[in-house]
Design a protein around this ligand. Structure first.
Ligand SMILES: Nc1ncnc2c1ncn2[C@@H]1O[C@H](COP(=O)(O)OP(=O)(O)OP(=O)(O)O)[C@@H](O)[C@H]1O
Ligand SMILES: [Mg+2]
Length: 393
């Protein structure tokens, strides 16, 4: 029989549930975190059979979180954890839709018997009713790339990440994979207190649980993984590191946006392979267009052309090169066109503000927002969920 999948959301000190459940082959812990926010994203991602949620947070927040989880994940059985034996809390917990409540500390026998009992109840419930799993929200890795520099890759990746954050209540992380000369931290106006170097240094001991501590917070609510402060570190980075980092981030973030460097190397292969969408940013001059063709051929040879989208940036005066002619000549479709807003783009960088925040009503900002909406693809814009108000970023 398949092991029962369990997600643990427990911020209590000395929480050893994960270790205890790992010992049992009938259970599989798909994620463990102390944050309800990350826990919510993991529940969306893994749709576990059981969610173990500690509700001992200040005030009524724990119970409100329980209610949100019960409503949002009806296909998962919710078991609450609390140190309290307050009857009122227990009654309320069951009223919000939890299947059981465990009082901490809980001995092994009680823990396992509770989990087994809930699973039996769940099987019976499934026989009687058809319980629909929630349709999975979008989880996407988007890699912004071109082998030509200065075309606006970083400007667009930063603004795209912020636009996705504004449009959804999702978790968004922006990774600066331009290891030699990355400047996302500068352009976003954040201190690179921690960088990709810290992530790589600890890659083998890293748990999803503490991942957020390795990231830098941006005002918009997105998280940032800055490039190393010392570019010499870039030569120590291997493809395997990049693959692991993207893998981990995509487990706990709905959107992982990667700003790739301007050259093709081993380390960016995982960023292209793991991407759901590759966004190639180009400009409309002849040299860039020639380069664009080469990049598209390269991606075609790698079997990645289908997931490639093309952005033409800084579009203003295009001389004799008309966009439709370009599409015809190259036999391709330009997916997004972003106008030239030279002054705003420079001022935004100098002030450390994402372009879409610098002048949110500008034509360029509007186009980037449209691009975000299209890249969200099948995902319906998430309406304010019961959970939204609990989110702290
Ligand atoms: N839509 C736009 N209109 C006008 N200027 C723009 C636009 N987008 C970006 N720029 C300008 O282009 C320059 C390069 O931008 P950016 O650093 O984002 O490009 P890049 O492709 O990441 O460069 P690099 O190859 O150095 O990483 C900056 O001066 C920026 O202000
Ligand atoms: Mg750049």
């Amino acid at each position: 029989m398949e092991p029962v999948t369990i997600l643990i959301i427990d911020s209590s000190e000395n929480s050893d549930l994960k270790q205890r459940l790992h010992r049992r082959s009938e259970f599989s812990v798909v994620g463990s975190t102390s944050s309800t926010d990350i826990g919510f994203t993991m529940a969306e991602r893994f749709q576990p059979a059981i969610i173990l949620l500690n509700i001992d947070t200040p005030g009524e927040e724990g119970l409100a979180a329980a209610e949100a989880f019960a409503l949002e994940f009806p296909a998962s059985s919710l078991i609450l954890l609390t140190e309290s034996d307050n009857k009122k809390i227990l009654r309320h917990a069951l009223q919000v839709g939890a299947k059981d409540v465990l009082t901490l500390p809980v001995p092994d026998t009680k823990l396992y018997s509770c989990l087994n009992k809930v699973m039996q109840m769940d099987l019976r419930r499934r026989e009687l009713f058809s319980i629909q799993k929630k349709s999975r929200p979008e989880f996407k890795v988007i890699t912004v790339f071109n082998t030509k520099g200065g075309v606006g890759k970083t400007t667009i990746s930063l603004s795209l990440a912020v636009a996705l954050k504004q449009k959804t209540s999702a978790r968004v992380v922006l990774v600066d994979l331009d290891l030699f000369s990355g400047n996302i931290a500068l352009m976003a106006g954040v201190e690179p207190r921690r960088t990709i170097k810290d992530l790589i240094d600890d890659i083998n001991i890293l748990e999803q649980d503490v991942l957020d501590d390795y990231l830098v917070n941006h005002k918009s609510g997105i998280k940032i993984v800055p490039a190393p402060v010392n570019p010499e570190f870039a030569s120590f980075v291997e493809a395997e590191h990049v693959e692991k980092i993207i893998g981990m981030l995509s487990e706990v973030f709905n959107y992982v946006i990667i700003d790739a460097p301007t050259f093709f190397s081993d380390t960016i292969i995982p960023a292209l392979e793991q991407a759901d969408d590759i966004v190639i940013v180009s400009t409309a001059d002849l040299a860039s267009v020639q380069n664009l063709k080469q990049v598209l051929d390269l991606l075609g040879n790698l079997g990645m052309r289908n997931k490639t989208r093309i952005v033409l940036n800084k579009v203003g005066y295009t001389g004799h090169l008309k966009i439709q002619d370009l599409e015809k000549q190259l036999n391709l479709k330009i997916d997004y066109v972003i106008p030239n807003v030279e002054k705003s783009a420079i001022d935004a960088i100098n002030m450390g503000i994402p372009l879409i925040n610098y002048d949110s009503s500008s034509a360029a900002a509007q186009k980037i927002k449209e691009m975000a909406t299209k890249l969200m693809a099948s995902e319906k814009e998430k309406s304010e969920t019961v959970f939204s108000f609990l989110k702290r970023r």
